[in-house]
Each structure stands twice: as structure tokens, then as C-alpha cells.
Design a protein around this ligand. Sequence first.
Ligand code: GNR
Ligand code: NI
Length: 174
Amino acid sequence: MAIKKILTEPNKILRQVSKSVEKVTKEEQLLMDDMLETMYHANGIGLAAIQIGIPKRIIVMDISKGDEKKNPMYFVNPIINNKNKELSTYEEGCLSVPNQFAEVDRPATCEVEYLDYSGAKKLLKATGLLATCIQHEMDHLEGILFIDYLSKLKKSMIIKKLSKQKKSSETLVI
Ligand code: GNR
Ligand code: NI
């Protein structure tokens, strides 16, 4: 297993639409192992493959609390059905938009059809944080970030901050 570098906005790779996985093979399983380790290392609750630069429709998640038993979840080729008309608001963050948080409204519940770690077909009814997180991750597969739902002004302020942070971290003072 390995910890990979998480890409951060602004980065065009994050805007790519990820491709479906034909079959869950050892290669995909190794990728999921690396993604989970990378996500835990970064203290995230979800990670899409594109966040480490791999445009495959693969997501890992673990929304268990710190003192609970770990509960890794793996989603390959997920499809969302039956989105609730009612919305829930959560303060969202994203490992690809470091240190920025904002409230986003999303369908309160949804159903997800996907392949699991072993390639078996599964159906999950998601509510609460699980529903929010899976929709946030599904957005990554389409090249969408949570800041895309904010006002133009809020979004541009966040991108400006991130660009500055990137520039200063790239500047080497000798
Ligand atoms: O770690 C994460 N926390 C989070 C909080 C609220 C809504 C969504 C998320 S997902 C995020 C990790 C991440 O960036 N996944 O793509
Ligand atoms: Ni994210």
C-alpha cells in the first residue's frame, strides 16, 4: 500500500470525467487499497480516484467516527437513483480544496448501485452524511467540485486563495 499525492484545485485533471471500470481486477483492488490509505492519512471521509490523478470511476469512503471501528466502503461504477426531493445542508470540505468549507444543499437521501471491492453488484440506501458524501464523491467522477455550487464571488475568492497558497509553496527561498 502507498500514500499518494492528492491533487488540489486549481488543477485541470480534477475537471476530467472519469471512465467506467470494465472489470474489478487486482489492479483496481490495489488502487482502492492505496486510495483508502491516502484518505486515512489525510483524515478524509471519502476519496475519488481522480483526486490522486487516476480517471477511473472508483470511490472509497469511511464515515466511522474516530473512536469507532473502521468501516471502509468501496464503490466502483456507482450510479445514483431515487434522489430525494428534500434537501439537506451540510458544511462540506474537500481534500482537493484544502482548508475551505461551505454549506451545500443536496438530496437528503439516495440509492446507489455499484460494484464492491470484489466486483459484486450492490445496492445501498444512503441517508445523512453517507448520502451527502457519496454525492460529493460522485461529483468528482464528473469533474465537479463543491465550490462549483457556491456564488461566483465565493468560488473565485476560494480559487484565488488556493492559487496563492500553491504559488507560495512552490517558491523556494534560498
Ligand atoms: O473529508 C471529507 N469531508 C467531507 C465533509 C462533508 C462533505 C463531504 C466531504 S468529502 C471530504 C473528502 C473529499 O474531498 N472527498 O472527495
Ligand atoms: Ni472532495
